[in-house]
Design a protein around this ligand. Sequence first.
Ligand code: SF4
Length: 360
Amino acid sequence: MLAAPAIAVPVLPRIYELNREALARWCEDHGVPGYRADQIRKWIFGKRVDSFAEMHDLPANFRALLAESFSLFPATVTEHRVASDRTEKLLLQLHDGELVECVLMREPDRRTVCISTQVGCAMGCVFCASGLRGLKRNLTTGEILEQVLRLDRLLPRDEAITNLVVMGIGEPLANLRSLLPALESLNEKGGLGLGARRITISTVGLPEKIRELAQIGKAYNLAVSLHAPDEATRSRLVPVNDKIGIDAVLAAADDFFAITGRRVTYEYVLLSGVNDAPVQARQLAGLLQSRVAHVNLIPMNHVDELTFVEPTAPRTQEFVRILTEAGVPATVRKRKGADIDAACGQLRLHQLEPAASAPV
Ligand code: SF4
């Protein structure tokens, strides 16, 4: 197992940390026309090069200057796992030794990537491996983008990322400052060109941040991790709920819908004997019946360090039936990458605590 170095290694800034305008300014400051920025970005986002040397339509001395000034993919891939369903997961080590995970999921008509926004997480959801060691730090815009660009390079030439979910390690809305510029680059034409409607941001429900996201004028999707219909159960599962409360979360999600017109998805991890009872399904239906909402039920991904288990299939179906009959659309998320520790934060946790990890 790889031990994290204690001392941070200096690293050149990732070139895509600069947005198009900033890169054009940098070019002009170095005596090169601003349009070179578009060429550079085309090589990175469109043509998937791995080095400045491959950017053939740039003058050789300019390519050398870029290589002296910026990095492209400074993180180290410490693990690359491929599941039997062709889900791929990368564990990246950053310049300061910290680890983050990102995942590529394949479905017949979709190529979805799931990325992290923080090293660790402060929210402490009790069923999640990512929160077990708390929050270390926010990721930068470049560190967020590097995950997507590396996953994009795992795809063959004739395939492209179709969907992005910000559901990996961390609470995305706690790091909007880095996340929003990254999404902008992925969304814009000179970047990855990924439609805003194909980007979903997940949150435990930070009301002010939900409203901030709603105000930016982008059609991103919001997924609120509700996980329980009553305060006591939710506070047990998502401790930050103690300070917020379900009503405040739902009110903010209502505002998001009112401002953006985008239907809100409510995520609900089904945990046997904890939040999967028919009475809880009815309570959840009561909360969401009057709202334009969709419930995404997530079977618990096994985590060795945690004791929760997934409900049986009949129990899950009963939960879906109650919601659907009450007029609340609900689907059960397909399990992806179960044989490669694809649950959020598992691979990182097993690197940090090798003794606790089971063989895969
Ligand atoms: S589920 Fe998300 S918000 Fe909760 S601890 Fe895990 S990463 Fe953080």
